[in-house]
Write a protein of this length. Sequence first.
Length: 262
Amino acid sequence: MDLVVDGLRIFAATGGRPFDAALPAVVFVHGAGMDHTVWTLQSRWFAHHGRAVLAVDLPGHGRSAGPPLASVEAMADFLPGLLDAAGAADAAVVGHSMGALVALAAAARHPARVRALALLGVAAAMPVHPKLLAAARADAPEAVAMIADWAFGRRAQLGGAASPGAWMVGGGTRLLERSPPGTLGVDLAACDAWSGGIAAAKAVRCPVACVLGAVDRMTPPAGARALVEALSDVRQTVLPGIGHMAMVEAPDATLAALAQAC
């Protein structure tokens, strides 16, 4: 589905069914350097179970036009325009990693537009190692290799995909490799610069589900503790043996948590 948001052509997958603004909307927001395809399994389930789905490619990602937005705040302020373009009054917003920061900031900054939150691979702050940030800004292959290595839990590194024949680490690598030049560096810099996690969490009044991977090396569950404590209405799910890419590594368990939240 192509929409026009802030003068840009923006793509959002609708889970295989036409978007119906009369249904409760669910917006899926991807992480740094990624796109809507990380949500393929979960977005299709919601679209076939009474929800109107927008799995968005943020500006400068996937099939969306424009340069990438340079801050978490700018990405959060983009979401109301997306809802306006689709004709939706509000939505449950599901975000992963950078997308979780965007979802959290959107709920704090635009409370009337976010009825519920689900945050995957989230932490109160997401500082980026200087070597990774420098490599990403230079579009160096090492940046993709570092993320692919750290993003998946050991079980995913060895195999264990829910779909026979799928290679999770290889798929994640190819996804990052096809990110437009400069995009990953802009995204990681936005994550590194954002320090508003706790303040945003204290401002959020809608129900929140935090879905965390027990062996996540990028945003360990301990990093979410202060965030969880700051939220007023939160349910936390920790997935055993799962790394940063919960929706890919454990699609069914992730869906079970999201189905309760959205």
